[in-house]
Design a protein. Structure first.
Length: 350
């Protein structure tokens, strides 16, 4: 008989404990496209903008090397890529210069600015490569130069008081110019790419592609791809570095269809159908450099600059430089060798 009043008392107590519904706090308006969450708009999407501002202030480094016999239009192509006079010809190179007896390395730096973005571009030329009667081991000075840049970066990195931003002189990309013979790769081409593909990102290009018919060009491209595959030569973008399915799909298309890019370079402008175009004038018409029906220059430019430039830098740092760094530190018990100066200082301290 007492159960009834007790239950009603408990009900009254519980009703007192239930808080009154409060109004939701006012949250700032969230931009369109953000998923609604428990707490409203957080602002994570501004991270990209913060990164953009940071990198805009510091600018970018990009170091590109051009390798191939003289007369293949290396300087002209680099000028065309960056729409600037960035080759050695524009930096005091004389046409009457004799062909060097050995391979020389000439690095020329420029600052290019576009849309508020600054890029410190370094073009590394290799005059004398493949121009001798005996070209045996002529790739060695180039490999030595590439490794020296890794060594320079490593020494800066292991310093106790290291710089906040280490100057980056490492070669991010090597354009290797193949002569448009229409036959097959020369032993020198295979030797160079076999040795250097392990230390740098190689992008093979067929130079002066306007000297071949469309059928010859297609056939030559297929033959070059086959020869590279048979000889186990990995060019950039390397298959094993594809990070996901999207990368693999995109890069497979480049590897199987575009490589090696058959290109024509020109830094001269002509009037075609009322507009100015970069091109080469021939007795039968003007070859438009940026017209995909004429050559694959536009594909190469988009690949190197517009889609894969950052990836070229990342593969250089995370793969090629890391491989060099691990080997060097392993060979020297975890530390780079003491220089002559530090050894002398060490002895004098004793």
């Amino acid at each position: 008989p007492r159960a009834g009043p007790v239950e009603s008392k408990n009900e009254a107590t519980m009703s007192e404990l239930v808080p009154e519904p409060r109004q939701k706090p006012v949250v700032p308006m969230k931009p369109m496209g953000i998923n609604a969450s428990l707490l409203g708009y957080i602002g994570i999407d501004t991270i990209i903008e913060q990164m953009r501002k940071k990198t805009m202030k510091t600018g970018f480094d990009f170091n590109i090397m051009v390798v191939g016999q003289s007369g293949l239009g290396k300087s002209t192509l680099v000028n065309t890529l960056f729409k600037s006079q960035v080759s050695r010809k524009s930096s005091g190179w004389n046409r009457e210069e004799k062909i060097p007896k050995t391979v020389e390395i000439k690095a020329i730096g420029h600052v290019i600015e576009e849309g508020g973005v600054k890029m410190k571009l370094t073009v590394i030329d290799t005059p004398g490569f493949g121009d001798q009667i005996n070209n045996e081991n002529c790739w060695e000075p180039i490999e030595k130069y590439i490794n020296e840049q890794y060594e320079k970066f490593l020494k800066e990195e292991v310093n106790i008081a290291r710089k906040k931003r280490i100057p980056d002189t490492r070669v991010h990309c090597c354009l290797y110019f193949i002569s448009p013979t229409g036959h097959s790769l020369r032993p020198l081409d295979l030797e160079f790419m076999k040795h250097l593909s392990k230390v740098v990102n190689i992008i093979p290009v067929i130079a002066k592609a306007d000297t071949m018919t469309l059928e010859e060009k297609t056939e030559f491209k297929q033959r070059v791809r086959k020869e590279l595959e048979v000889n186990g030569i990995e060019f950039y973008p390397q298959k094993e570095f594809d990070e996901d399915l999207e990368d693999k799909t995109e890069n497979d298309k480049i590897r199987q269809e575009s490589m090696p890019f058959a290109v024509v370079g020109s830094d001269k402008e002509y009037q075609v159908n009322g507009k100015r175009v970069l091109g080469r004038k021939t007795p039968w018409g003007i070859i438009e450099v940026e017209n995909l029906n004429h050559c694959e220059f536009a594909l190469l430019r988009d690949f190197v600059i517009r889609t894969h430039l950052q990836d070229l830098k990342e593969v250089t740092h995370n793969i090629h430089y890391e491989t060099y760094r691990a080997k060097r530190l392993n060979d020297n018990g975890g530390l780079p060798p003491m220089t002559v100066e530090t050894e002398e200082n060490h002895e004098s301290n004793l």
